[in-house]
Design a protein around this ligand. Structure first.
Ligand code: S3P
Length: 431
């Protein structure tokens, strides 16, 4: 349990960096592990989720060296993976579980999959089902959740799959299996979800096409180890972007942030809310990067609908906090996926922000945030809870900056799932 900081009257100021991107760090490990030769990763995110993916590959006999934000993988190809001695522990990580269900679905031995309490409640049928159509043999517990087993299997066939939900995890699981299948795999996406898997496959020398919402992959040539530089995570930067916008007198620059167009929804939505955000693009050969500068300013409520969700899905809690300070209502719909994240984020956003004076109505697939509510603790102090969800923990810490009265946070340990050092970085930009 910790007491959260309240911003001083000069606001938040400074130039900072946030850690490496979680989605890209997971994928760099996966491709490094199945490629031939050495893969070197810099600005790797050493957070709990990504360390669980690393643990899985070590368990499968892959040689991985790791110090600070540098990783070296000596890959020998997926055929050199060995039968793990222990269950593969996914911790809290949905990305590890779903992507690895696809990647490991054509190996000659059984693997048990386990996860923590929250992960063991999250839906896995969305991945098991398309993989089963390809020939994968995956069993889950009765309600289609972890624990589960990926059974030995020596054959996968390509499928054409019309995505029933916008999910990069489901898409990536199918692509990672499709890379090992006989025949073509085609995925049809109505709204583009994050495309880091596709980009990284190409970077490792693989072949994949993406045209008019159809992604096509088949058996791959040998993938070759690469040097990967991971951009800073826009999902982590989002907490500081919103902090800079809503905390009076602030001016913050966040450097080297990944602004892949399938991930930059938070910037587009905040701009629609009227925010002036300075985005200075940096030329690179890999994922697009930019320095982002924000200052405190007034925002307006907007309508956020299903087509806005995939590129901002992880940022909706912090956008909801921004909306409490905007003029007018913000209506979020088409966001039913929030109900099956690390927590039911419609319920946890509302439960926490209303404790400090926000006015938010729940919808089955979103929420209506009534703007212009000053945040204040009702009595002597408010006790906020992360509910074991990293992004809810960080949203609470940003809310506390502008809340009158003492705010205490419980369950702050969850923040290390994606951003170890978040509270220290926050205290560094307080003046
Ligand atoms: C992720 C995809 C998203 C996102 C998660 C990371 C990924 O999940 O919420 O934090 O790395 O592919 P869904 O694909 O289930 O929406």
């Amino acid at each position: 349990m910790i007491k959260l900081l309240h911003a001083e009257k000069n606001g938040l100021r400074g130039v900072m960096t946030v850690p490496g991107d979680k989605s890209i760090s997971h994928r760099a490990l996966m491709f490094g592990a199945i490629a031939d030769g050495v893969t070197e990763i810099e600005n790797f995110l050493t957070s709990d989720d990504v360390l669980h993916t690393m643990g899985v590959f070590k368990n499968l006999g892959v040689e991985i060296w790791h110090e600070g934000t540098n990783v070296r993988i000596t890959g020998q190809g997926i055929n050199h993976f060995v039968k793990p001695e222990k269950p593969l522990d996914m911790g809290n990580s949905g990305t590890s579980t779903r992507l690895l269900m696809g990647l490991l679905s054509r190996l000659p031995f059984d693997m048990q999959l386990i996860g923590d309490q929250s992960l063991s409640k999250r839906p896995m049928k969305r991945v098991r089902q398309p993989l089963a159509l390809m020939g994968a043999k995956i069993s889950l517990s009765e309600n289609e959740t972890l624990p589960g087993t990926i059974h030995a299997n020596d054959h996968l066939s390509g499928i054409t799959y019309d995505m029933p939900i916008a999910s990069a995890q489901v898409k990536s699981a199918i692509l990672l299996a499709g890379m090992q299948a006989e025949g073509e795999t085609k995925i049809i996406e109505k709204i583009a979800s994050r495309d880091h898997t596709e980009r990284m496959l190409r970077q490792f020398g693989g072949e994949i096409t993406s045209k008019n919402g159809v992604i096509t992959v088949s058996k791959q040539p040998k993938l070759i180890g690469q040097k990967i530089s991971v951009p800073s995570d826009i999902s982590s930067a989002a907490f500081f972007i919103v902090a800079g916008l809503i905390t009076p007198n602030s001016k913050l620059t966040i450097k080297n942030v990944g602004i892949n167009p399938t991930r930059d929804g938070v910037l587009q939505l905040l701009k629609r809310m009227g925010a002036e955000i300075l985005i200075t693009e940096i030329t690179t050969s890999g994922e697009p990067l930019a320095d982002i500068t924000v200052h405190a300013q007034n925002l307006n409520g907007i309508n956020i609908t299903s087509r806005d969700i995939p590129s901002a899905v992880d940022e909706l809690p912090i956008i909801a906090l921004a909306a409490t300070q905007a003029t007018g209502d913000t209506v979020i719909t088409g966001a039913e996926e929030l109900r099956v994240k690390e927590t039911d984020r419609i319920a946890t956003v509302i439960s926490e922000l209303t404790k400090i004076g926000a006015d938010i109505d729940a919808l089955p697939d979103g929420m209506i945030i009534h703007g212009g509510t000053p945040l204040r603790v009702p009595e002597e102090s408010a006790l906020l809870d992360s509910h074991g969800d990293h992004r809810i923990g960080m949203m609470n810490a940003i809310a506390a900056l502008i809340t009158a009265g003492d705010v205490v946070l419980t369950g702050e340990d969850a923040i290390s799932v994606s951003y170890p050092g978040f509270l220290e970085d926050l205290s560094r930009v307080m003046v």
